[in-house]
Design a protein around this ligand. Sequence first.
Ligand SMILES: CC(C)=CCC/C(C)=C/CC/C(C)=C/COP(=O)(O)OP(=O)(O)O
Length: 370
Amino acid sequence: MSSSFYLTQLRRCLLSSPPVEWAIQHIRELLLGALRQGPIPQHVAFVMDGNRRFARQHHIETIEGHNMGFEALARILEVCYKSGVKVVTIYAFSIENFQRSQYEVDHLMEIAKVKLSQMSQHGDLMDRYGASIRIIGRRDLLREDVKVELDKAAALTKDNNKAILNVCFPYTSRDEITTAVRETVVDYLKPVPPRRRPFSETHIARNIRARHVHSAQERRDMLRDVEAAVEAETSDSVSSSTTLHPGSSTSTGQLEDNMTTDTSINGAEYSAVLPDVEAITPAVLEEHMFTRDTPPLELLVRTSGVERLSDFMLWQCHEHTTIRFLKCLWPEFDLWHFLPVLWEWQWQQRRRTLTSWNGNSHAIGPVKVQ
Ligand SMILES: CC(C)=CCC/C(C)=C/CC/C(C)=C/COP(=O)(O)OP(=O)(O)O
């Protein structure tokens, strides 16, 4: 036996002895308490990468690596919710993961069924932190028994309103964005009653375009096209006016507000109802994302040293999202890896606040002391 083997055993023995465990637990609590004194990211996402490499390195089965990955998740959720994070979003299963062996896919489905169900029980993790489970992604790709169990976990925790766990399962961002665009277009095409709005950017652009049409023939052709479009739009909205629900949903409401009802080309006025494409804004698309109603994503962490997003949170990552790639494998991920990331995030926030204060004081000039 090598000396390093004895050293590892000795370390394990020491760490698991009751007084050392007690001390470590206290240090953890102290550190979390100190962390809570500063700003805390309201929404954190994790790419839980490296379970299989961990399994290979430790000569255990792949599925055992995933089991240990779940243990790491439970530990880190505790850290997040204790420190005040409101929303945690995890990449638990990508749509691409269906290409793995049936054995591995079945095992990941089993972990989701059994563990999420356990976590949502009375007295367990979700209950203790008042967190609700939301399954987001392509439910339709899941087996019926998996869907049933995941729905049960979501239903059991739906009234917990202190925190959220978004489980992306099965998910890819491109799929989420495509779905959101599709739903937005469906809303956009819903006929709405005509409402007058004096100016819209589309209206102005159309006028400018019209001014660039020089020949009389070109002008006549354009007028004819517009008349045809106007006629089609008007008859459409009139024929289906019984199905209209003005202001029924936020996004539809927003779209309605942006309808333009007049068309003017070189002085000729046409009364019409034309959908205004400028009504499709980032805010409208956001309304259709799986993560709607959650705070902006402030921190994204990926383990295992791989530095890419792998089709995760592509929409949610904004100009202030901090993205951190860590070398450790997901099953090893713990408070000790996460703390430096959180400290750095807090430091960044403080610097940002200071910079914006300085920026503001420049903008408004020195404050007068009376
Ligand atoms: C549903 C639920 C709560 C699950 C928790 C278990 C868990 C951590 C699942 C993640 C599965 C996954 C595809 C990890 C990526 O590592 P990898 O397998 O690609 O590892 P590698 O990068 O080393 O190949």
